[in-house]
Design a protein around this ligand. Structure first.
Ligand code: ATP
Length: 283
């Protein structure tokens, strides 16, 4: 085999709490990660030496800052294999949106090289390598539904919460994750999110209860600067979402629906305000 094509799925956070800042500067998280079927496609082709990256989306960097480049470098470093690679990214997941598109691409390259180079590394090995690339990469390798702690690397796989209808609305404002962390006033958060309750609703497959109880502590920072985020959340509820929050550090807002007609009506309404509205399913 000298070529392989992989799907790189995005994620949403079904709830996200930031507990405290650690001595190493990272923030300790408590969150539920959920893969969705909104995806990029990654094709890997054998190359004698070096790396060539192509992408249909011109804002994606094609240099060593791309997570696919980092994934290739880490695989070479960990295995001692020195082979080239040609990576073609077909980008559908909006960039810098809180949907982990870059991390999903990096994870796909680790999985693809494992196959292409006959490495036989376990998923656990790949997750360990992935963590050196980015905090969301281990989850993108695991997939499905997971409870994540630490910086996102302490993962517990949960019962699948698949086939739930999700409407995603991306307002297209670039928001840096670092900015959100810096401006998060952890002392002002009195009510911690009850993540165990969210886990319980997932185990019960109780979409309504889960949707009603979802929360993301990062919203306050982003909404202060961009009230449109709050407007979209309210629109989602007005047009029938069971619950709506921002994903990750934003700016994507998602709503969970149990009625397809309502979801498409909401999509039509939101498209009057913003252009990037996507329909997806949990996987
Ligand atoms: P997360 O939810 O993990 O914070 P995100 O969805 O907010 O991720 P990404 O789409 O991963 O953000 O992109 C963040 C930045 O990473 C971009 O601004 C881009 O410059 C850089 N980047 C590096 N590699 C990629 C890639 N393969 N796809 C998209 N962006 C990438």
């Amino acid at each position: 085999m000298d070529e392989i094509t992989l799907e790189a799925f995005g994620k949403i956070n079904l709830s996200l709490d930031v507990l405290h800042k650690r001595a190493d500067g990272y923030h300790e998280l408590n969150t539920i990660m959920q893969q969705i079927d909104l995806k990029d496609t990654i094709t890997l082709k054998e190359l004698e030496e070096g790396i060539k990256i192509e992408c249909n989306e011109k804002e994606v960097p094609l240099d060593s800052t791309n997570l696919v480049y980092k994934a290739w470098e880490k695989m070479k470093e960990k295995t001692g294999i020195n082979r080239g690679i040609h990576i073609i990214i077909d980008k559908k997941i909006p960039i810098a949106s809180g949907l982990a598109g870059g991390s999903a691409n990096g994870a796909a390259v680790l999985k693809g090289l494992n196959i292409l180079w006959n490495l036989n590394l376990s998923d656990e090995d790949l997750r360990d390598i992935g963590l050196e690339i980015g905090a969301d990469v281990p989850f993108c390798i695991m997939g499905g539904t997971a409870h994540a702690k630490g910086i996102g690397e302490k993962l517990t796989k949960l019962k699948p919460f698949s086939n739930k209808m999700v409407l995603l609305a991306n307002v297209g404002i670039p928001i840096s994750t670092a900015y959100v962390y810096e401006n998060l006033n952890l002392r002002a958060i009195n009510n911690r999110i009850d993540i165990d309750k969210i886990v319980h609703y997932i185990e019960e497959d109780n979409l309504t209860k889960l949707a009603e109880n979802m929360a993301n502590v990062m919203e306050s920072v982003v909404i202060k600067e961009h009230s449109i985020i709050d407007e979209i959340k309210k629109d989602m509820i007005k047009y029938g979402a069971l619950g709506s929050i921002m994903s990750g550090s934003g700016p994507t807002v998602f709503g969970l629906f149990d009625d397809e007609d309502k979801l498409y009506r909401c999509k039509n309404e939101l498209e009057k305000k913003i252009c990037k509205v996507f329909v997806a399913k949990t996987i």
